[in-house]
Design a protein around this ligand. Structure first.
Ligand code: C2E
Ligand code: MG
Ligand code: MG
Ligand code: MG
Length: 288
């Protein structure tokens, strides 16, 4: 039977798999090697205080520089990485790289208050996460409060007891915690109250319809009110227009992130935003 004919089986099936499936196989193979080949990189998107425009932090967003396909966005490979069991490697690389870069900015005299890193479900549920995070920040000589970890609502609610335990451990280290894409999942308010989180990130889908959808505006207001009553800060994601920003500021949303202010940028293009002309990359790269 073809199934038992060993490692060349896929060659036999490839013509029948269709183009999409073959492409997927190629992508999986390349993705398995991407981290080792140095093909992953981070872009950073600034978050600002809406009241006075102060920089509050940068969110690290992973990209894959594929040799033939160019820059691949995370939506194209994070899901596959989860399925083929290499997401923890990728998340570990992202965490280490973001902390390394933050320490490099510190050494070059640039004030980046904090860096945020996204955590996948498997990462949050994996044993030893707290120790690993503690080791990484310590290795780079950073205070744990310079790091923020973002976890989506749906990741938390997948296994609330495990998530609560992990988040408590991370909080004990001193790491800051944000609930990402808030409003799209099904958080139990009872859990939300118990979790040691610092802030909610209002999902882009609500922000984008500010000015055109009264119900989305009501949802944004409700999230801000909920956050206030729980003593949490709010960050709006996907702020694209001055109208979005004005509404959010008026409603008391504390921080914003989005194309209106800046797109996610590679390190060498962040110079202008972080004070222009400074040395940003840990090589001697000077921009501006
Ligand atoms: P996210 O954490 O919610 O990140 C915000 C996404 O919104 C980013 O997409 C960002 O480029 C995009 N964005 C920011 N501002 C605007 C805006 O004004 N308008 C619009 N239309 N989009 C905006 P990106 O970089 O493609 O990342 C997508 C998702 O992939 C992230 O959503 C996050 O869930 C995941 N991701 C990114 N990096 C990592 C990582 O290192 N590990 C894991 N596990 N997931 C990651
Ligand atoms: Mg995020
Ligand atoms: Mg988000
Ligand atoms: Mg989002």
């Amino acid at each position: 039977e073809a199934k038992n004919s060993g490692r060349n089986t896929w060659r036999f099936f490839a013509p029948q798999l269709g183009e999409a499936a073959s492409r997927r196989l190629l992508l999986e193979g390349a993705l398995r090697q991407a981290a080792g080949k140095g093909e992953l990189l981070l872009h950073y998107q600034p978050q600002y205080e809406l009241a006075d425009g102060r920089l509050v932090g940068l969110e690290a967003l992973v990209r894959w520089q594929h040799p033939e396909q160019g820059l691949v966005p995370p939506a194209m490979f994070i899901g596959i990485a989860e399925e083929i069991g290499i997401i923890e490697q990728i998340d570990a690389w992202v965490l280490d790289e973001a902390c390394r870069q933050l320490a490099a900015w510190d050494r070059s005299g640039l004030r980046v208050p904090r860096v945020s890193v996204n955590l996948s479900a498997l990462e949050l549920e994996s044993a030893g996460l707290v120790d690993r995070v503690g080791a990484v920040v310590a290795n780079h000589g950073l205070g744990a409060d310079r790091l923020e970890l973002e976890v989506t609502e749906s990741v938390i609610m997948r296994d609330p007891a495990t998530a609560e335990h992990a988040l408590a451990g991370l909080k004990a280290l001193g790491v800051q915690l944000a609930v990402d894409d808030f409003g799209t999942g099904y958080s139990s308010l009872a859990y939300l109250k118990r979790l040691p989180i610092d802030r909610l990130k209002i999902d882009r889908s609500f922000v984008q319809d500010i000015g055109s959808s009264a119900s989305d505006e009501s949802i944004v207001r409700a999230i801000i009110a909920l956050a206030d009553s729980l003593g949490l800060e709010t960050v709006a994601e996907g702020v694209e227009t001055a109208e979005h920003a004005a509404f959010l500021r008026a409603e008391g949303c504390r921080m914003g992130q989005g194309y209106l202010f800046a797109r996610p940028l590679p390190v060498d293009e962040l110079a202008a935003l972080l004070g222009g002309g400074a040395e940003l990359a840990d090589g001697a790269q000077t921009v501006g």
